[in-house]
Design a protein around this ligand. Structure first.
Ligand code: AHR
Length: 489
């Protein structure tokens, strides 16, 4: 019943490593405490950035980091975040918690963080409350190599060489927190701002326009019609929310589990429909689709600031991540970047911190299992999967991706969303000779299995012995509620 055929000699695109990208906003304890502890902290750090978090993200080869927001981006004035920290002005973070932002983490600190992570920076500029000049000067400050007012200011602040910066967002959620604009208005505004975001010297900016919220297809239609020729990417946002009855990250039942996964699966429909509209205006697929905010969104943990979006992360979140990453892989012709929200201590985080303690979430482990797909060739795969039914509704029980890496190893990742039923999957590997399979599995006893600071390794990948290979036929015994990563040679 669950059968996959893979033509291992037929490549159907490249899975950009940027699909495995991240998003970190000045929100709650993501930047402050999550990354930034200051150089006089007792927590081991490099120039104020905590080493344990950097090391963990390097292990999953974080390819890019989007910053400073989110809604914060459209109220952020970058000149407040440069120069000696003690004299940087503070501001009220009006959107998330109305807390005071001291601007100790600014452009230099962010670029240093990206250098420490070994990832590409993706900066989102302020359209909602910032001027064209302000945005234009930020690009000049970061990337202009010669003498200029902004480049000289950068030098005065200790950075002689310009930074390399490719990804540049022209506003965030400008249909909402970024200015409550109509698509026609934002399309014109985008055109104006984008003109003044220059590519200086060898640096080539890749300009990203604000895309639709979930199923707002009109937004995509108007943006592509009015500004499609002036953008490199259009960035969709979709959060798959929480359960059916309970919004708790950790206390939920089978119905909540199913609802969460059903909402995650919806990403496929959203990408398909937005991409179809893009195809009308851009048949040669010159404009990429980014999904630069996605993930689960639960109630905050009891006793924490509701504006800080601090949530736990269970096996359910891991399954939602796996299903979504498979959808991005499938659409890798159009989707060339995605950024899960929000890396550390906010929403569907990879990492949670508590003072000097740090833990890796189940979602982190999915990014670990899936890193084999970074820049790999997507293989031609055809599949038939049984349903995972609940009441009147059903979603596919299995989701999968197959790719071949630069060393010609074939990788197959699979997830079984059904929390109550293990399933067998047979895979017909064509177009090559395969003799060995090894794998890892992520699963747990309970649907809400998660890691805590007292038990940080409750859920983590383990060696998988449920796959057997005989004459190019692979049989996989997928446990209930599991994610499996296989290497086939
Ligand atoms: O990620 C949290 C928020 O979700 C961001 O600030 C905003 O862009 C989106 O609505």
């Amino acid at each position: 019943m669950n059968r996959i055929v893979i033509n291992t000699d037929i490549e159907v695109g490249t899975i950009s490593r940027h699909i495995y990208g991240h998003f970190s906003e000045h929100l709650g304890r993501c930047i402050y405490e999550g990354y930034w502890v200051g150089s006089d902290s007792a927590i081991p750090n490099t120039r104020g950035i905590r080493n344990d978090v950097v090391e963990a993200l390097r292990r999953i080869r974080i390819p890019n980091l989007r910053w400073p927001g989110g809604c914060f981006a459209d109220e952020y004035h970058w000149r407040d975040g440069i120069g000696p920290r003690a004299s940087r002005p503070c501001m009220v973070h009006t959107h998330w918690g109305q807390v005071t932002e001291n601007n100790h983490f600014g452009t230099h600190e962010f670029m240093d963080l990206c250098e420490q992570l070994g990832c590409e920076p993706y900066i989102c500029g302020n359209v909602g409350s910032g001027s064209v000049q302000e945005m234009s000067q930020w690009v000049e400050y970061i990337t202009f190599p010669g003498r200029s007012p902004m480049a000289d200011l950068r030098r005065a602040n200790g950075r002689e060489q310009p930074w390399e910066l490719t990804y540049w967002g022209v506003g965030n959620e400008n249909w909402g927190c970024g200015g409550a604009m109509r698509p026609e208005h934002y399309a014109d505004i985008y055109r104006r701002y984008a003109v003044y975001c220059r590519s200086y010297g060898q640096n080539k900016l890749f300009k990203v326009a604000c895309g639709a919220p979930g199923p707002n297809y009109e937004w995509t239609d108007v943006l592509m019609r009015e500004a499609g020729k002036r953008m490199n990417a259009l960035a969709l946002h979709y959060y798959c929310g929480s359960g059916a009855k309970s919004r708790s990250a950790t206390e939920f039942d089978d119905e909540d589990w199913f609802e969460q996964l059903k909402r995650a699966v919806r990403m496929d429909e959203l990408i398909t429909r937005h991409a179809t509209i893009m195809d009308v205006y851009d048949p040669d697929q010159k404009v990429a689709m980014f999904v630069d905010e996605w993930g689960t969104w639960h109630q905050v943990e009891t006793g924490t600031n509701p504006g800080f979006l601090y949530q736990q992360n269970t096996l359910r979140d891991a399954l939602a991540a796996a299903v979504t990453l498979d959808i991005f892989n499938k659409h890798c012709d159009r989707v060339t970047m995605a950024n899960i929200a929000q890396t550390v201590n906010v929403l569907q985080a990879m990492i949670l911190t508590d003072g000097e303690k740090m833990l890796l979430t189940p979602s982190y482990h999915v990014f670990d299992l899936y890193q084999v797909h970074h820049d790999a060739a997507r293989l031609d795969m055809h599949a038939r999967f049984e349903d995972y039914p609940f009441g009147e509704a059903a979603i596919p029980a299995i989701s999968a991706s197959a790719s071949r890496d630069a060393d010609r190893k074939v990788h197959l990742t699979l997830s079984n969303s059904n929390p109550n039923k293990g399933v067998e999957v047979s895979v017909d590997l064509r177009g090559g000779e395969f003799t060995a399979v090894t794998g890892r599995v992520l699963t747990g006893e309970a649907i809400n299995a998660h890691n805590t600071f007292d038990a940080p390794e409750t859920i983590q990948p383990a060696a998988f012995d449920g796959a057997t290979l005989r004459r190019n036929m692979l049989t996989i015994a997928m446990p209930a509620k599991s994610v499996v990563g296989l290497e086939i040679v």
